[in-house]
Write a protein that binds this ligand. Structure first.
Ligand code: NAD
Length: 500
């Protein structure tokens, strides 16, 4: 067996290009067309991945099937759980390598990746290894027509081979959020990480071998969407389910492709998330919470509020306070002193965000702050940075207030009544998350419940108990993952009915 060597890479110019090969049936395999991976903080190429072809996808699916039918699927739960806990422990042991790989792919500030991406990536394995042991199965006793009794009980079995297609914004965290419960349920996975951020998924393949996960249970195929590894997974007859996080229109394409083989689908898609700030809210907490929410990860968080509605008496003060927070953010290299704002993921994405910055003005916005590209020197001058940006004054039907931008920006609008705020917040095709700020307990419950979203926060944002349901309403997705919801999605349930 060969292994890839992921050497430490700070992502600067002249850094060695790491080879990121496909991982199939427990081995890194050669072959596939190479494509370059850039560090978005500098624009420098730091790795080369190899696009999997149809033969590799077939091999990965076949290996997965053998593993589900064999050692992995048949393994006693106690042993499978122990192995997944070891995956978590090994990620923690190789923490610095995961950190360097994630920073090189995303350019995000080291502090963020160190506190969120890598620890949560490891935690996903530990949590689902624990959780699956404590989940009750269903049992129902019933009367029978002949006056006797029957008992029903359900058992959970693996679905088979699960395709995992993940995005670039929180690469390790969002990928393991799917891989960990899928594997805990005894499935094999074929993972296609985003073509922008394949490094930590490749490193995870090494970890799987190191702790003794059976060959074929975890496979990694690199590549793109249409006509590439992504589409090949979604149309493959040997794959029983697709779990996908990404854009809504990609979800629509995957649905079409998966329809012919009637795969189970779980989709976590885009959002245009609202926040509502009432005049009675803890003002400083609301400003701090929503500035973090709007600008964390340079706004590249699916849950970020791009629409903030503020009760009129505190509107001007709130806008001024948010402006101050935005202007205090320091863009720069992941390791530079004081950096708290990373780049966008790619030049292409920067062009998309800048197009919205331009459009906002065309649509009549008042620019409160930002709107352009910061002047940076040194290596960061080649990075894909944009300024944190705030607008006011747009109508509810502007494209900038309706379409997901996925950048460090938000629009702030005033409201006069609770009813109006609820109406404005829910006036969207999306329904992922919301954040309501108030000190009034009854209103907190009332408005929190009135949000047509999958995740409704009150006086908080991004607070996650991994046992709770996570997913989107409307065009933000369908199905829920998290805790028992994940276990339900990744299991085939057989009801056994016994006449006694
Ligand atoms: P994307 O849809 O462009 O890509 C996601 C993944 O899908 C990538 O691996 C890509 O290669 C693959 N892909 C693209 N086209 C495909 C196709 N036709 N068939 C199969 N696979 C295909 O999304 P992105 O730009 O990587 O991520 C940003 C988006 O993800 C935003 O819309 C964001 O809101 C969303 N997102 C949602 C959540 C959530 O939990 N709801 C979390 C994070 C990101």
């Amino acid at each position: 067996m060969t292994t890839s060597t992921l050497v430490s890479a700070k992502g600067g110019a002249g850094t060695q290009r790491r080879p990121l090969r496909n991982f199939i049936d427990g081995e890194f395999v050669d072959g596939g067309l190479p494509f370059e991976i850039r560090n978005p903080a500098t624009g420098a190429v730091h790795a080369v991945a190899y696009e999997a072809d149809a033969t590799m996808i077939d091999s990965a699916v076949a290996a997965g099937r053998r593993c589900v039918d064999g050692e992995w699927g048949q393994m006693p739960l106690v042993r499978r759980r122990a192995l997944l806990a070891q995956v978590a422990a090994r990620i923690e042991e190789r923490f610095d390598e995961f950190l360097e790989a994630e920073i090189a792919d995303t350019g995000k500030p080291r502090s963020m990746a160190a506190h969120l991406d890598i620890p949560r990536g490891a935690a996903n394995f530990r949590i689902f290894a624990d959780f699956i042991a404590s989940l009750p199965d269903e049992a129902f006793e019933m009367d029978t027509p002949d006056g006797g009794r029957a008992i029903n009980y359900s058992v959970r079995k693996p679905l088979g081979v699960v395709g995992v297609i993940s995005p670039w914004n929180l690469p390790l965290l969002l990928m393991t959020w799917k891989v960990a419960p899928a594997m805990a349920c005894g499935n094999a996975v074929v993972v296609k990480p985003s073509e922008e951020t394949p490094s930590t998924t490749t490193l995870l393949a090494e970890v799987m071998n190191e702790v003794g996960i059976p060959a074929g249970a975890f496979n990694v195929v690199h590549g793109f969407g249409p006509g590439s590894a992504g589409e090949m997974i979604t149309s493959h007859p040997g794959i029983r389910a697709i779990t996908f996080t990404g854009e809504t229109r990609t979800g629509a394409a995957i649905m079409r492709s998966a329809a012919a083989t009637t795969k189970a689908l779980s989709f976590e898609l885009g959002g245009k998330n609202p926040a509502i700030v009432f005049a009675d809210a803890d003002f400083d907490a609301a400003v701090a919470g929503l500035a973090r929410a709007a600008f964390l990860n340079t706004g590249q968080v699916c849950l970020a509020p791009e629409r903030i509605y503020v009760e009129r008496p505190i509107f001007d003060r709130f806008v001024a306070a948010m402006k101050e927070k935005a202007e205090a953010l320091r863009p720069g290299l992941p390791d530079a002193d004081g950096t708290d704002l990373g780049p966008l993921i790619s030049e292409e994405h920067r062009q998309k965000v800048l197009e919205y910055y331009r459009l906002a003005i065309e649509e009549g916005a008042t620019l409160v702050t930002g709107g352009g590209v910061p002047a940076l020197e040194g290596l960061a001058a080649g990075g894909y940075f944009v300024e944190p940006t705030i607008w006011t004054g747009l109508p509810q039907n502007a494209r900038v207030t309706r379409e997901e931008i996925f950048g460090p920006c938000c629009h702030i609008a005033p409201f006069d009544s609770e009813e109006e705020a609820i109406g404005l917040a829910n006036d969207t095709d999306y329904g992922l998350a919301s954040s309501v700020w108030t000190r009034d307990l009854s209103r907190a419950h009332r408005v929190g419940r009135a949000m047509n979203v999958g995740i409704s926060w009150v006086n908080s944002w991004f607070l996650r108990d991994l046992r709770t349901a996570f997913g989107g309403a409307k065009q933000s997705g369908f199905g829920r993952e998290g805790g028992a919801h994940s276990i339900a999605f990744y299991s085939e349930i057989t009801n056994i009915c016994i006449k006694v």
